[in-house]
Write a protein that binds this ligand. Sequence first.
Ligand code: ZN
Ligand code: ZN
Length: 288
Amino acid sequence: MCSTTASSGCRWDGTPARPRHRPRALRVAADSPSQLLRAAQPSRCRDCGNRIDWYTRTTQHPISLHPHEVTAAAFPAPCRWHVSSGIAHPAHDGTPWCRIPHTTLCPAHPNNEPVTPQLAELRRHLALCTRRMLDTGAFTPQPADPAPTQPAAMCRPARPVVQLLYCRYLAQHPVEDIRCVAQTRLRHRCAHPVLTPDTPAGTWTLMSATPSHGQLALPASEMAVYNLNQLPYAEQLRWRAQRCPLHAAAPHVADLALAEWEVFDPLLHHSHMYPRLPTAIRHRGRHM
Ligand SMILES: [Zn+2]
Ligand SMILES: [Zn+2]
């Protein structure tokens, strides 16, 4: 007779203690254009702390949707989205249910448009969740975007403009804080940075802020860009994929988050253009 201890390898009734089927890890198909493991990326709104799901959509930028489906009839048609094959579409698919963008609900950004009672009720519920998280210390609102006029922000751009593969991107974090998106063996997101001491770094360069093909006259003629163009092609691909050197060498490993690059637009992202090099500011003794 088997004992009940786990070391015996079987349970009190004689069945194996280990599950008959080992949990199967999700894998990325060999022909997948993306290494992303999930279509929806669970996250939290940086303004209100509530749960959101990031989805890719047919346009360039991902969108954050409220994580639950809602009754379509209770929400105005322009708010209705649906998800098909992991892609979010800005239209109703005819079912009784729909998804809605978190920005419509976010209690940190109350808009003045007339809303349905159900929309107001859901926003009120999220506002209460935010209040609860603030009271318990579970959530600390982040400053929207550090003011670019602050010396500290100028010394180390909170959202640097990075040039790689001959394109300019606006990063979501300072260069040193850009984190690998790959999944570790423990199924967490890798904590390693993309910029490591063992790999070639980019150089801060002053570059023309005006698009070469446009005729727009922008106030700042030059801006600081973290230039990776001189790095080997493979290294630039690694930065674009937002992977640490370890995971860049393991292409079969899945990603747990989307790479966070946003295509830089000098008109939209004007507040992130810095006319001086961070190092030049440091030499003048203004860094804090
Ligand atoms: Zn929010
Ligand atoms: Zn990694």
